[in-house]
Ligand binder design. Structure first.
Ligand code: NAP
Length: 487
């Protein structure tokens, strides 16, 4: 049970725009409501930025860039480190705030605060490791001097499903590299970002380095900033459909881009797998974040010899999960983000059932209030079911059976996405063979969670461009400059 009050954590957040180091009302004093997805109730109102407010935020980021780029890397790192400490010190209240606006159970929200904070600790360490090079040219007379510089003012756009971690995963490397920023969190979950903003300001982030826009007009406010030409970078996390649109906008002024887009993760279980481990991994890969994760297992392919037993055990585990408001003790399955998400899951499950899938558990919504859907397991899901091609983004596990490794790989790779895949097998040769042939930026080999701030996170195909985290994460915010030296 939490020791901090719900109204207390909401009241404590500044609900205005953050521009040039000052909390500022949106022009015209416009606001919009933030809802609790478990009850539908309004938690509070936050500032609703206009395109003009957006330009003011970009002006502030541009004005701060030159000085920020000169700021000693050690001090940039120390701001991140102090922010890490503050996030961990205030983990409980920030977790409650996140649960209220997003719905995930408190235990998972606590986990996300720790995960989010870890990006700051990691990039605090990376800030002082930006390297360069000095080499002799092949002809022996010249010298190559290679150095790295901040890309420049950056636009960051984050989704609602991990309201804190998707922000720190971008802000951490941008701060470490010396970039200023305009960040726009999703309108459904702005409160975590607003709380984080105050933490960074309190930790000593100079005015203008981080500017925050909350708005119900994401396209109208952000497109002019992307097309403006003064921002040099867009880092986006969200759906592939929106990512495509933003890539087109970025082409106008040739912005650097990092794109963390949608996923359609296959989860392969071979006959030789440790079945207990595979079921545990399946629960994690499917149910983390109520299924609302880009890394969520979207398709389960299980080899015939263990398919019935795997389905039986997964069904038993899914059917036993407690559903409820994320603030309640013991709840594992919170509400989906909104009614549209429930409708989408309902449509995909009905479509699969009409095409011959069998519902082993769940398969329907939970009576309101709130946007709840039952943990669901489907088997005999045909390849032409819509959920084989689309992100479910909910607590639904579709199982299909395969006979051969070739068949499993062909099914797994039969998607426009390539974010993550999961493989369960105890055969080392098969494990490496399959990992190499899976078309994904990340593979969970005998484990159901891959995310780690110290590892490179990202996808191939239409799941994105670039990587966040790891030793390569900071490069997304750095340009390489080569100086040809004539001695
Ligand atoms: P979304 O609809 O694409 O929105 C993502 C962000 O983009 C939100 O802040 C949204 O703001 C904003 N946005 C929407 N339209 C825009 C436009 N025309 N111009 C500028 N900004 C715009 O995605 P979502 O539903 O929030 O998030 C779920 C998706 O994100 C899933 O596809 C999931 O797989 C993906 N995701 C990927 C990763 C990864 O690392 N690869 C991580 C998490 C999530 P508003 O909502 O306020 O309009």
């Amino acid at each position: 049970m939490s020791t901090v009050s719900e109204s207390g954590v909401v009241d404590a957040v500044a609900k205005e725009l953050f521009i040039g180091g000052k909390w500022t009302a949106a022009s015209g004093g416009r606001t919009f409501p933030v809802h609790d997805p478990a009850t539908g109730e309004v938690l509070c109102e936050v500032a609703d930025a206009s395109p003009g407010d957006g330009v003011a935020a970009l002006d502030a980021a541009v004005a701060a860039q030159a000085e920020w780029a000169q700021h000693p890397p050690r001090e940039r790192g120390e701001i991140l480190r102090r922010s890490y400490d503050a996030l961990m010190r205030r983990q409980e209240e920030l977790a409650l705030l996140m649960t209220l606006e997003m719905g995930k159970p408190l235990a998972e929200a606590r986990g996300e605060i720790a995960y989010a904070a870890e990006f700051f600790r990691w990039f605090a360490e990376e800030a002082v490791r930006i390297d360069g090079g000095f080499a002799t040219a092949p002809n022996g007379t010249g010298r190559f001097l290679v150095t790295k510089q901040p890309v420049g003012p950056s636009i960051l756009i984050t989704p609602w499903n991990f309201p804190m971690a998707m922000g720190t995963r971008k802000i951490g490397p941008a701060v470490a590299a010396g970039c200023t920023m305009v960040i726009k969190p999703a309108a459904q979950t702005p409160l975590s970002m607003l709380a984080l903003t105050q933490i960074l300001a309190d930790a000593g982030l100079p005015d203008g380095v981080l500017n925050v826009l909350t708005t119900t007009d994401s396209g109208g406010v952000m497109e002019p900033l992307i097309r403006d030409g003064r921002a040099r970078k867009l880092s986006f996390t969200g759906s592939t459909a929106v990512g495509r649109k933003l890539l087109e906008q970025c082409s106008d002024k040739v912005l650097r881009t990092s794109m963390e887009l949608g996923g359609n993760a296959p989860f392969l279980v071979f006959d030789d797998a440790d079945l207990d481990a595979a079921v545990d991994g399946a629960m994690q890969a499917k149910m983390r974040n109520i299924g609302e994760a880009c890394t969520a297992a979207n398709r389960f392919y299980v080899q015939r010899g263990i398919a019935d037993e795997f389905s039986r055990r997964l069904t038993e585990r899914m059917a036993a999960l407690p559903i409820g408001r994320g603030t309640e003790d013991g709840v594992v399955v919170g509400p989906l983000i909104d009614e549209a998400a429930v409708e989408k899951v309902t449509t995909l499950v009905n479509d699969a059932a009409q095409r011959g899938a069998r519902v082993l558990t769940g398969g329907s919504t939970v009576d309101g209030p709130g946007n709840f859907y039952q943990p669901t397991v489907l088997t005999d899901v045909p390849a032409d079911a819509r959920m084989a091609a689309e992100e479910i983004f909910g607590p639904v596990a579709p199982i299909s059976v395969f006979d051969t490794e070739e068949e499993a790989l062909a099914a797994a790779n039969d998607t426009e996405y390539g974010l993550v895949s999961y493989v369960y097998t105890n055969d080392l040769k098969r494990a490496l063979r399959v990992c190499e042939r899976l078309e994904a930026g990340m593979v969970g080999l005998n484990q159901g969670i891959v995310s780690n701030p110290a590892a490179p996170f990202g996808g191939i195909k239409q799941s994105g461009l670039g990587r966040e985290g790891g030793t390569v994460g900071i490069d997304e915010f750095l340009e390489t400059k080569y100086i040809a030296v004539n001695l």
